[in-house]
Design a protein around this ligand. Structure first.
Ligand code: 5GW
Ligand code: MN
Length: 334
């Protein structure tokens, strides 16, 4: 009798095991099919990353002199608001990786790229894997820069547009293509930079977010009516009003978000060309329009991109990146 019960019991356990095993393998199959159909590297699953609630740890009262969040509750990152170690540890744990794109076309290569890259090695996203994507028409003139472990550089050749407005605007197309062909397979986040700048202090993982915009150093204190949005109703960049004036020298976020943004800006730029109009500040006008319609999830204060010629520095507790001197006379003549 007891032997029979024992048999029945072990039969039950066996059935249970088969059931659990079946469920697990079904679940695994679902997971793999999800990864395949969406063609995402495992670590770059956007939804997972959007649940990073690190921004709840920010101290919004740390900087009484300046706004620290927007009307739609996106944080504006100022020195003193965040714990750098907390951000770094969490992003290392999540295996976050970052691609930095930068264009150095024509004379901008010799003038700026070396300082930009060597200073990025000192201050940009230390502790995380970083790949620099350098777009240039002169790959053979690239400076030789020694990179720290976990940091790589890829050079992608681009043509030199004859109009400087096009060099600047066509970056959106190139960025989108590079995200599609390369970046999305190797990085979670993309940050796009002007080359005429130099890192001076920590530019770290606190700057990572779903979609990230930068407050323009010359406008962050000005009233809205002074913002230099495009005011021509014929342009796709036309804006009557907005939230902030964003600087196109830095934008970033999850690769999915940056790709959407670059695609939208490029489409608007092309539509303007077909209509024979050009936005007042080129790609920057289109970027401002995009972030008006699609609110960024995080804003960077001008501490992240400061112009040292601005006299009133009271709000700037640290300069993380500064504008390099402009030599328009020599750089912009053909
Ligand atoms: C050249 C002449 C006029 C304007 C832009 C260029 C130019 C820009 C160029 O010859 N080569 C080049 O690589 N660029 C890229 O576009 C650089 O990454 C540069 O940082 C970016 C935007 O141009 P900037 O920095 O001159 O624009 P602003 O808004 O900082 O004055
Ligand atoms: Mn610039």
């Amino acid at each position: 009798m007891s032997g029979l019960i024992h048999k029945a019991r072990s039969g039950g356990i066996f059935c249970c095991l088969v059931f659990v095993f079946g469920l697990t393998s079904l679940y695994l199959r679902y997971l793999t099919s999800f990864i395949h159909t969406h063609n995402l590297p495992v670590a770059s699953e956007g939804k997972l990353r959007q649940n990073i609630n690190l921004d709840n740890t920010l101290n919004f009262g740390a900087r009484p002199g300046v706004p620290t969040y927007t009307s739609w509750k996106a944080p504006i990152i100022w020195e003193g608001m965040f714990d750098p170690n907390l951000y770094d540890q969490r992003h290392i744990q999540l295996q976050s990786s970052v691609a930095l794109t930068v264009f150095a076309v024509g004379r901008y290569l010799d003038a700026y790229l070396k300082n930009f890259l060597t200073s990025a090695e000192q201050h940009f996203m230390l502790g995380l894997p970083v790949t620099y994507y350098v777009f240039t028409d002169l790959p053979e003139n690239l400076p030789n820069i020694e990179l720290a472990p976990q940091r790589n550089l890829k050079v992608i050749q681009v043509e030199k547009h004859s109009r400087w407005q096009d060099i600047s605007m066509m970056r959106m197309k190139t960025i989108s293509e590079a995200i599609e062909s390369e970046i999305r397979h190797s990085a979670n986040y993309v940050f796009c930079f002007d080359v005429d700048q130099e890192f001076k202090g920590r530019f770290g993982s606190e700057a990572l977010g779903d979609s990230v915009a930068l407050l323009h150093a010359h406008f962050y204190k000005l009233p809205k009516h002074r913002f230099t949005y495009d005011r021509n109703p014929k342009s796709k960049a036309f804006m009557k009003t907005g939230d902030f004036y964003y600087h196109a020298a830095i934008f970033g976020g999850l690769w999915e978000k940056v790709k959407n943004m670059a695609d939208a800006c490029y489409l608007s730029i092309i539509e303007d060309k077909l209509n024979d109009v050009e936005a007042l500040w080129h790609d920057e006008s289109h970027l401002n329009k995009y972030f008006w319609l699609h609110k960024p999830s995080k804003l960077l204060s001008p501490e992240y991109c400061w112009d040292q010629s601005i006299a009133d520095k009271r709000d700037i507790n640290i300069t993380r990146l500064i504008w390099a001197p402009k030599h328009y006379d020599t750089l912009r003549t053909p």
